[in-house]
Design a binder for this molecule. Structure first.
Ligand code: ATP
Ligand code: MG
Length: 421
C-alpha cells in the first residue's frame, strides 16, 4: 500500500466538516472586519523567504523545503504566509492604491520540514492577516482583537493573549547589545543553537525552549529597560486600546517570535489547558515595519498574525466544544423503475437548485434499502416516486418525523417544502 508522506494528513469525514466550519467562521469574520482575500503561490523564489524570514530563523536554517526546478531555479515551498503576501504587495504596487491601509487575509497550506508530533506537521493550514500601510497601534489592537475574537467565536474559552514589544530599531539594538553582554557569561551552559544565536541574533535566545528553565535564562535583562520613550509610549497605547476592547492579555517579556522581521508589537495566543501538550501556541504575530523595504519595496509598515488550523482543531477537541455540524438532509427521493428514476433525477436537481439538501439512490436498490438510507441520512422528508402518481403529476411525500404521508403535486413540491421546513 502506498501511504502518505510523514507529517501530512488526509482531511476527511467529520474532521473535514469541522475544518469547513472553522473556515466558514474565518471567512465570515474577515468580511465583517473588511479584510480582503489574497492567494499567493505555494512556491516562490527561495530568496523571498531567505531574505525576509531571515537566515537565522529556525524556519530557514532547518525547516524549508528547498529544491531546484527543471530550469535550475532555486525554489522554496511556502513555510509561512507573510513573505509571499509582501512580495505580492510590492509586485502589484498595492502601496499605490487609493484606499489605505491594505487589509488582507490568506488561508493556505504551509510546508516545513519539522519533526512531526501532535500539532506539528510538515504540511499544515495557516490562516493569517496582514495590514500594510499603517503604523498606528490602533491597527495592532485591531489585529490582536481579530485573532482573539476568532477563538471566542469558535467557542474556545481557555486561551490567553501574551503581548510584548521589541521596540523600534534603536531600542532593539540597545537591548541586543545588553543581551550579548549578559549571555556571554553563560555560553558554557547554553544549548548549541543558543551559542549560534548569540552571534547571529541574540534576541532569539529568549525564544529557546531548551534553556528556558535555567536561572540565568530567567534573569536575563528585559526589554522594558531599553525602550526609548516613543517605543514605550506606543506600547502603553496598545495596552489602553486592548483594555478598551475588553481583551484579556498579559505582558510577557519572553515573547520575541522566531522570525527575524519583527519590530514593536509581538504577540502569541496560547491554549492554557494543561493536557494540551507543548504545541500550545495557536496564533502568533506582530509588527514588521522593515519587511517591505527588505524585500525591495518602498518603506511601508506592516502588522499581522498567523494561526494554525490543525492546532485549533485540537483545541476545540480538548475543550469539547460542540460544533454546529449539519449531519442531516432535507429530502430523500426513492424510486424503483426507469420511468420513476428519470423523475427522481429531475426532482433531485429541482430541489437542490431551490436550496434543499437532497439525496437519492444511485445503485438501483430495493425500496426497502432506500428507506434505510433515508434513515441513515436522517432525512426530514422522503419522496416516493411511483409510476401511478406520475400520471397525475404528483408524488408521495412522507414526513419522517410525524410519520405521515400525503400526495403533493410535483409543481407544488418546492412551495410545500418551503412552507414546512
Ligand atoms: P512553534 O513555536 O510552535 O514552532 P512558530 O513560531 O514556528 O511555532 P509561526 O511560524 O509563528 O509559529 O506560525 C504561527 C502558527 O502556525 C503557530 O502558532 C501554529 O499554530 C501554527 N504552526 C506553526 N508551525 C506549525 C506546524 N509545523 N504544524 C502545525 N501548525 C504549525
Ligand atoms: Mg516553529
Amino acid at each position: 500500500m502506498i501511504t502518505k508522506p510523514k507529517g501530512t494528513y488526509d482531511l476527511l469525514g467529520k474532521e473535514a466538516k469541522k475544518m469547513q466550519y472553522i473556515n466558514d467562521v474565518l471567512t465570515a469574520i474577515c468580511e465583517k472586519y473588511n479584510y480582503e482575500f489574497i492567494r499567493t503561490p505555494v512556491f516562490e523564489s527561495s530568496e523571498v523567504f531567505h531574505r525576509s524570514v531571515g537566515n537565522t530563523s529556525d524556519i530557514v536554517t532547518k525547516e524549508t523545503y528547498d529544491f531546484k526546478d527543471r530550469g535550475d531555479r532555486d525554489i522554496t515551498l511556502r513555510p509561512e504566509g507573510t513573505a509571499g503576501v509582501v512580495r505580492s504587495y510590492i509586485e502589484n504596487k498595492l502601496y499605490g492604491r487609493d484606499i489605505q491601509p491594505v487589509k488582507l487575509y490568506y488561508n493556505e497550506m504551509m510546508y516545513r520540514y519539522e519533526r512531526p508530533q501532535a500539532g506539528r506537521l510538515r504540511e499544515f493550514n495557516q490562516f493569517g492577516v496582514e495590514v500594510l500601510g499603517c503604523d498606528d497601534p490602533f491597527i495592532d489592537a485591531e489585529v490582536i482583537s481579530l485573532a482573539y475574537n476568532i477563538f471566542k467565536l469558535l467557542g474556545l474559552t481557555n486561551i490567553r493573549v501574551n503581548i510584548n514589544t521589541l521596540g523600534d530599531d534603536e531600542s532593539r539594538s540597545d537591548y541586543k547589545k545588553a543581551l550579548v553582554e549578559y549571555f556571554s557569561n553563560y555560553t558554557n551552559d547554553m544549548c548549541e543553537d543558543c551559542q549560534n544565536r548569540l552571534k547571529k541574533n541574540p534576541l532569539r535566545i529568549l525564544d529557546c525552549k531548551v534553556d528556558a528553565s535555567k536561572t540565568w535564562f530567567k534573569n536575563a535583562p528585559k526589554i522594558d529597560q531599553y525602550l526609548n520613550s516613543d517605543s514605550a509610549k506606543r506600547f502603553s497605547k496598545l495596552q489602553e486600546y486592548l483594555n478598551l476592547l475588553d481583551i484579556e492579555y498579559v505582558v510577557n517579556p519572553s515573547i520575541v517570535r522566531g522570525l527575524d522581521y519583527y519590530s514593536h508589537t509581538v504577540f502569541e495566543i496560547e491554549m492554557l489547558s494543561k493536557n494540551f501538550g507543548s504545541q500550545n501556541v495557536l496564533a502568533a504575530g506582530g509588527r514588521y515595519n522593515n519587511l517591505v523595504k527588505m524585500l525591495g519595496g518602498p518603506s511601508t509598515c506592516g502588522m499581522g498574525f498567523a494561526m494554525g488550523l490543525e492546532r485549533i482543531m485540537l483545541a476545540l477537541d480538548e475543550e469539547e466544544v460542540k460544533i454546529p455540524i449539519n449531519d442531516s438532509i432535507d429530502v430523500y427521493i426513492g424510486y424503483v423503475n426507469e420511468e420513476e428514476k428519470e423523475t427522481a433525477l429531475y426532482l433531485s436537481q429541482e430541489l437542490r437548485l431551490n436550496g434543499f439538501i437532497c439525496e437519492t439512490d444511485y445503485l438501483n436498490r430495493s425500496l426497502k434499502s432506500q428507506f434505510k438510507s433515508a434513515d441513515r441520512f436522517k432525512s426530514k422528508y422522503t419522496i416516493i416516486v411511483n409510476s401511478n402518481d406520475i400520471k397525475n403529476y404528483e408524488v408521495t411525500l412522507k414526513d419522517n418525523k410525524l410519520k405521515e404521508e400525503e400526495k403533493v403535486k410535483i409543481n407544488d413540491l418546492v412551495d410545500y417544502l418551503d412552507m414546512h421546513m
